[in-house]
Design a protein around this ligand. Structure first.
Ligand code: AMP
Length: 407
């Protein structure tokens, strides 16, 4: 079905055309008519499915023309807020609707000015929004469209109490859309409180990575992790690669070592200033940096086109994060590759991921790389059961890192 038949306004359809979209994605097909019909929605579509347009396009249609602040979008990170703001501006470029993004880590000036000038849509992270509400710059009494995006991540980051306080300031008579990749009991309780007879939109199995991603794991000893990463980069024909590290310190260290190997690389994590983060992301998007090393803040929702490879330097400890991380490649039907380096200490996390996504992650060995653990990987699938882990730990050449054992 073409976009035209979904009931979007002429101006918004022109915005869609200018964005180069020809057909709605499945989540757009399902969600747009529901939002236009005034329904509350609970959506579990994966990132990379066109989720932002699924709510932004009908909202821009419903708002029609510039007026009071009638739409609030809450999300977990500054990057996501900035990205959603850009999406609203892009899709709404042929309307006279205004969007302002409100997030911490930057000065107040522009945000206060934008709010004072008058905006129809506010896209915000909870902390700075509450701050500006307390200072009297934002009033939510006219909000009749509320979007809670990436709610599971807001829960992880401890934002739900702030989210509840903000919702308390919105009128009860409103339409609410809630997006969350997973719905643990806390989110179920929130959903029961904020939503009225919601329609469910589940696209694909939210646990499975996009079909367009080929993924594999590379078993390796801890002491050889960086060497293997360097070898993989050397031998892979990549355009742009996003590497995930579990810690900020780790991300900086990997970035520094790759820089020493003459890669154009940048690190993205929450210890960097907002200016540095914007520069990193823009530089990665424009191709100035071919490698970005990031922590999980970059994993959710970020829209960077054409990432050819995602490499998990560490196996994510939460299975959902695996899906989000590798969802950075293979977006919107492009084909991407995702590799995970796995040490024996991380096997249990790998197994948890396999259970979560309901499939085995194929195991690969890099040809002509001198593994200290070669016998482990020859012809066998590594196994996570305790006996084999013990057996492997006692193998010659295997170095067991005590700091990891404590985890
Ligand atoms: P999202 O899931 O909102 O992060 O979107 C993922 C990517 O898909 C973004 O790069 C969007 O620009 C793109 N996208 C969204 N809708 C469509 C569409 N109907 N056709 C092609 N690309 C789209």
């Amino acid at each position: 079905m073409p976009f035209k038949q979904l009931g979007l306004s002429e101006e918004v359809l022109r915005g869609v055309q200018a964005a180069g979209y020809t057909e709605p994605t499945p989540v757009q097909l399902r969600a747009i008519p529901l939002v236009l019909a005034g329904k509350d929605v609970i959506g579990s579509a994966q990132t990379g499915t066109g989720k932002t347009a699924a709510f932004a396009l009908p909202i821009l249609t419903l708002l029609k023309t510039h007026g009071k602040c009638r739409c609030l979008v809450l999300g977990p990170t500054r990057e996501l807020a900035a990205q959603v703001e850009t999406a609203f501006r892009d899709y709404g470029r042929f309307t006279n609707l205004k969007t302002v993004a409100v997030f911490g880590g930057v000065g107040y000036g522009d945000q206060k000015q934008g709010l004072q000038r008058g905006t129809d849509i506010v896209v915000a992270t909870p902390g700075r929004l509450l701050d500006l509400m307390e200072q009297g710059f934002v009033k939510l009494q006219d909000v009749n469209l509320l979007v809670l995006d990436e709610v599971d991540r807001m829960l992880d980051m401890g934002f739900l109490p702030d989210v509840r306080r903000i919702i308390d300031h919105c009128p009860k008579n409103r339409q609410t859309l809630l997006f969350s990749a997973t719905v643990p009991p806390e989110i179920e309780r929130l959903a029961a409180w904020v939503l009225r007879q919601p329609e469910k939109v589940e696209i694909g199995i939210s646990r499975s990575p996009a079909d367009t991603v080929t993924h594999a794991c590379y078993p390796v000893a801890t002491s050889q992790k960086f060497q293997l990463l360097a070898a993989l980069l050397q031998r892979t024909n990549f355009d742009s690669v996003l590497i995930f590290s579990r810690t900020k310190h780790g991300a900086d260290k990997i970035a520094a070592r790759l820089r020493a190997e003459r890669h154009s690389v940048v690190a993205l994590h929450s210890n960097r200033t907002q200016r540095e983060r914007i520069e990193a992301l823009d530089g990665f998007k424009s191709g100035k940096y071919e490698v970005m090393v990031a922590t999980d803040i970059a994993a959710r929702g970020l829209d960077v086109e054409d990432i050819s490879h995602v490499i998990n330097y560490d196996v994510p400890q939460h299975p959902e994060d695996y899906v989000h991380r590798i969802g950075r490649t293979g977006r919107a039907q492009k084909v991407g590759d995702a590799f995970t380096l796995v040490t024996i200490e991380e096997l249990e996390y790998l197994r948890a991921i396999e259970r979560f996504i309901g499939q085995k992650i194929p195991q690969l060995k890099l040809e002509n790389f001198t593994y200290v653990l070669t016998p482990l990987f020859e012809g066998k699938q590594i196994s996570g059961d305790r006996r084999s882990v013990r057996a492997v730990r006692t193998m010659k050449g295997y170095s067991f890192s005590p700091s990891r054992r404590r985890r």
